[in-house]
Unconditional design. Sequence first.
Length: 302
Amino acid sequence: NGPAGSGKTIILLAKIIQLVKANDQNRIMLFTAGGFTTKQRIRDTLHKADISSEEMQYTGIRDWISNTETIIQKIKDSTQKNKVVISSFPGVMTDILTDILGRLSSSNIHMFIDDYQLKLHWDVSITADGADALLRRCNETSATNLVWITCDLTQNGGYDIRLEDKIVLSFIRDMPSANLVTLSLNLRNTCDITSTLSTIREQMVLRHNFSGMEAAHIDIVFPVPKSGHFIHGPRTVVHVIDKRVEDDGGGLVVDVFNKELDKLCDTGMSRPLNIGIVDSNIRVNIRFQINKTIEETISCIW
């Protein structure tokens, strides 16, 4: 588990390459949520390592439901010629993925599931036991085959779903601690970005009721950010607003923005000015007000 940019897919591919190079009989089934570009990068990486791969094509969820037997056979046939078979997830139905794992567990095919967070979010929203069933199947399969899952628990679901529910936490509580790795080092983040994310994380943890959730589990769902690059980017200013922005039509945000803009003007602004605003689902359109402020400021300077 880890945020975007922490290297989950890189580690996953490194393990795949290690497995194939260690034993020529090893085969890999890789499910990914990534689109065309992601799959192409995966295949390019495998090609550079001199590992053959094939992407399975299917038209959608109906294929998996009506032709499961055919698809399973297609996977097995493909592994006769290729070391790695790559496919998108079978829709949002985790029970199909669970079934596939069970059918392939008696073979020499190891299972890798990349970017599972969206499916986990759907499981919580739709079914009561989909994620639990998949985890049980993974545990059973791991007796003979390797099963690796990568996800970003913060990216989908996060604090707006029932974190206290066992459906979500089964992936944390029921898994042996030695099998669970949390990556908090984001390789893309400069010091200023990490500082901002740390403040946002602190506020999320403070403002939401995580009673019944152990501190260690909170750190898994919301990893404590660490700087990936010790490079100082633009000066970052963080304001935490303790009231609903909608209550005053966004006026408080505009006031804060004006004060910061005044400070920037006082510095002389000898360099080009780039301004970024991060908000969380603000339902008031403050963009017009802020654009007006920027135009007025520019007209005063030039």
